[in-house]
Design a protein around this ligand. Sequence first.
Ligand code: SAM
Length: 389
Amino acid sequence: MPNFHAKEFVEPSYPSDYGKTNFEFVAQSTRGEKLVMSHLEDNDLLLKINKSKKGYLIKGDKITRPSQVAILQQVLKDYRDLTKTNTTNSNIDSKKEKTLKVSPFLKTMEYFANSFETSKDILVEVGFGSGRHLLHQAKKNPDKIVIGLEIHKPSIEQVLKQCELQNIENILVVDYDARTFLEFLNSNSVKQIFVHFPVPWDKKPHRRVISTAFINESRRVLMQKGTLELRTDSDNYFEYSFGEFIKQAKVELHVNKNQDLEISSKYEDRWKRQEKDIYDITMINKEISEDIPRIGTLKFDETIEFKKVKEKFQEVTLRGDDFFAHIEEIFKINKDEGLVRVSFGASQRNEHSYLYIKKDSVTYLPDNVLATKDNEKAHKLIKEHIWNM
Ligand SMILES: C[S@@+](CC[C@H](N)C(=O)[O-])C[C@H]1O[C@@H](n2cnc3c(N)ncnc32)[C@H](O)[C@@H]1O
C-alpha cells in the first residue's frame, strides 16, 4: 500500500490545498495517533501519521481507503509536496495498479444494496474461480441475469476480460463474500444458486459457504422450484453439508454421485484425472417467501455533543446474540468535533468505520456502511451506547 517515510516532518496548517487535494483537518487520539482528513474529487479519505523513534510514516488509513489505489497515491504525493517533506523511503511514485479495473460488468455491494432492480430471472454462482461455468450459464441463458461472486481478484479480472472478449452482457460480477451477499436480493427472485467446489475449510468450518444461515437465505431468495446446487469432491464437506440441509424442517433434496454436468471446471478436470468421487446435493425450493423491506442507509437522526462523548469515552465491546460493536478509540478535531473509531457487525464479516461527530450531525465516515441485518443490529447498539453516555 502507498506510504512514505521521513526523518523530519512538519505538519501544515489546516485547512490547506495542494493540487486538487484539500486537507481539511487533523484529528488526534489520546494515544497520539493522528489522522488527516483529505478530499480528492469525490473521495474522502484519512491519512495516518505514525511517529516512531526513527521518524515518521505517512500512509492511508485502512478504514477509509478509496477503491482505487491511484487516488491514495495522489493524495499522499500532494501531502508530501504540501509539507515539502524529504522522504527517506516511498512507493507513492510507482505506477503499479493493484486494484480491479473499472468494468461495466463489475458491480459494488453498494449497487446491490441500493440500486439493483431487475424483472429478469437471476442465477447466482458462488466462488466462480476460472469462470468456465459462469460464462457457460450466461451464454446459455441470455434472457437471465447471472451474478458471479468471487473474492479472488485475479479470477475476477480473468472473467471480466472474457465478458468483453465474448460480448457477454448478462453477467454481473461482485467482489464480495458470498456468505452475506444473498441478503441484498429480493425474495423469490433467483432461479438457481450454484456452489461448485467450495473451499472445504476443514480446519476453519466457520468460513464455509454452506451453513444453516446460507440455506435459509437461499430459500428466501429462490423462486418456487428454484434450486441451490452444491457440487463437491470432498467427502467431509459433502457429509457436513448434507447434515446442514437435512436440519431443515421440510426440504426436498436430490443427491447424485459422479454425474457429469454440461461443463467441467478446471478443478473438476483435475479431480476427474485423479479419479476422485464428485457429489451433488440439489435442494429444490417449494415455498413462496415473504418480501422483506430493504433496510436502507444506516443513519443517526439525533446529534450529540462531542465534549460529552469525549469526557465519558471508554473502549468497550458491546455484544448481541451473533453480532457485536467495538467502540475503539476517540479522536479530537476541535472542542466541538471529533471521530470515534468503531468496528461492528457479524463475527464472520466486520465493518470498520468512524462516527464523525459535528455540532449539527453524526455520520459514518466513510458513509457507505452496508445495511446488512447484522450491521443494522450493531448500529442500534452503537446508538444506544453513545446516546446513553
Ligand atoms: C476451489 S475454488 C472452485 C472454483 C470454481 N467454482 C470451480 O469449480 O472451478 C473455490 C473458489 O471460491 C472462492 N471463494 C471462497 N470463499 C468464498 C466466499 N466466501 N465468497 C465468494 N467466493 C469465495 C475462492 O476464491 C475460489 O475461487
